[in-house]
Design a protein around this ligand. Sequence first.
Ligand SMILES: [Cu+2]
Length: 211
Amino acid sequence: MLKKIGVILIAVMFLGSMALMPVIDSVQAAEKMAACSCGKDCKCEHCATGKGACHCKPGDKGCSCGKGCGCEHCKTGKGECKCHTGAAAGDVKAPTADADYAKTMVSKAGAFKASYTSEADAVPVNKIISWKLKVETADGKPVKDAEIAVDGAMPEHGHGFPTQPKVTKNNGDGTYVVEGIKFSMTGWWTVTFTIKAGGKTDTVTFNLQLK
Ligand SMILES: [Cu+2]
């Protein structure tokens, strides 16, 4: 009888330690993550697994690309970050004020004032459209010789346009034709123009909420 209880006790202890093993494993894994030697607390491969080198810059919370946009690369450190500049982590909140969705905006550093009109009244989803962009100096003079680059993003999703829109025509009066814009889904989009003119480079970002 005593022998039987002894065997059962040993069996219970053995099974108990087996059951605890995954817990111990995950505690060790958590310790390994916290013990990232670079001390940057980013989520790169190095910080997640302790292998390889950490390429994150100090202050990076996401990944070495510095965009922290939550893409596969930013989560695991593998592959490449394909997020556009301006794409941000999932906790980014869409603007709420009507003014943030205005079709006329002052550029980031205040060099230009830009406004857009869409060829379609309501901006449609999944259709290639063109915009007309009007660029003025801060004091309202038309900017007729700007070099303009276009980039779009869904900051909550970490992706941009499926197309590569371009300025295809300078109308010579401070307005420019932007072709190839395609919003591939509903939701919050940003469209950023990098404007280079008169020795200045500045960016202007429009917000859109597509339904
Ligand atoms: Cu999206």
